[in-house]
Design a protein around this ligand. Structure first.
Ligand SMILES: NC(=O)c1ccc[n+]([C@@H]2O[C@H](COP(=O)([O-])OP(=O)(O)OC[C@H]3O[C@@H](n4cnc5c(N)ncnc54)[C@H](OP(=O)(O)O)[C@@H]3O)[C@@H](O)[C@H]2O)c1
Length: 302
């Protein structure tokens, strides 16, 4: 269903873990793609090009999946690094929205889809959150999500706005699996703290499908939680991952170590969690190909 008649898609952060899989899938589905990157690369423009020349001609849709890796263990959580984290999300959205707002009305992209995170919702062991729940104001990361999302709002009604509030993305060549695989392979896979914290997650193929549906289906608008239907805890995830690799999983990393390495402000992403579901996906009839963590991990490890 390409009701919106989208042909050319501009993808900020298209070189990253999510962006590169999404770009490949878009190309496979017959879309023309152009990336925005900090580095000059083939088939791409830089942020400076965007500022100077605006949106490339014939752009029908814009996606933003750019963002400095928050959980880079080699980077200390300094004010400078936090500023990078904000700028790479909030300022990139602002820049994209500015150039979209400046487009002549016949050249305006039909849709702008940007990513955000489920860190928007306050960690809680019992509460179930969907897109109609409130949040976005309890700590640095949730406020970041609020600012990130606010910065993605385009003026007027010519450009449809979609925000995909994603859970942890599981895939082969990046994200949490790439970071954790060596440890699990060595039999050192460990739950974090008690392991009872919930871990909203989604398979990379499913998050890319949500983005593509958001481009072509006019009914997609506003916030959509990008999460698989199965709710798991960190302990269940750890045990499943280790079992599928035929490795033990009796170890645990004390929360204090995670807080020491990452600082308590970002450690919450690992030590706390929230139960997140997507009512909007249900309403829109989105099919999730990998609904359980066991099946998703089997697919990734095969
Ligand atoms: N992976 C997940 O589990 C997950 C879950 C929820 C939300 N998200 C969000 O989704 C986005 C993409 O995640 P990802 O895992 O694909 O990240 P990634 O692999 O680190 O890629 C993100 C891309 O963002 C660009 N980027 C990095 N630092 C930047 C900076 N300081 N300024 C401007 N651009 C910068 C880079 O593109 P260039 O080098 O080409 O400029 C990079 O390829 C991030 O905003 C992340 O917070 C990810």
């Amino acid at each position: 269903m390409n009701g919106a008649n989208i042909k050319k898609v501009l993808i900020a952060g298209g070189s990253g873990f999510i962006g590169s899989v999404l770009t490949k899938q878009l190309q496979k589905d017959g879309f023309e793609t152009c990336l925005i990157s900090r580095m000059p690369r083939p088939n791409s423009i830089t942020w400076d090009d965007l500022n100077q020349n605006g949106i490339p001609e014939r752009t029908d849709a814009v996606i933003n999946v750019a963002g400095q890796n928050v959980l880079d263990p080699t980077r200390r959580w300094t004010p400078g690094f936090k500023q990078n984290v904000i700028a790479s999300r909030v300022h990139t959205n602002q820049m994209l929205v500015n150039v979209i707002n400046q487009c002549d009305s016949h050249q305006k992209p039909k849709v702008f889809v940007s990513i955000s995170g489920v860190g928007y919702y306050r960690p809680d062991p019992n509460q179930i959150y969907d897109e109609y729940s409130t949040g976005g104001d309890h700590d640095f990361l949730s406020k970041l999500c609020t600012d990130w999302e606010k910065a993605s709002k385009v003026e007027g009604d010519q450009t449809r706005n979609v925000i995909v509030r994603s859970g942890i993305v599981l895939g082969k060549n990046g994200g949490i699996i790439q970071q954790m695989y060596p440890l699990f392979f060595l039999g050192l896979g460990s739950k974090i703290g008690s392991g009872t914290q919930h871990m909203p997650w989604i398979h990379i193929e499913d998050i890319c499908n949500i983005f593509i549906q958001a481009l072509i289906n006019d009914k997609f608008a506003g916030v959509i939680n990008g999460v698989a239907p199965e709710i798991v805890t960190n302990d269940q995830f750890t045990k499943t991952f280790a079992r599928l690799l035929w490795r033990p999983s009796f170890l645990f990393i004390p929360e204090q170590i995670i807080e020491f390495v990452f600082s308590s402000e970002r450690a919450v992403m690992m030590t706390r969690g929230q139960k997140v579901i997507s009512k909007r996906m249900e309403e829109l009839g989105v099919h999730i190909k990998h609904p359980t963590v066991e099946e998703a991990l089997k697919d990734i490890l095969k």
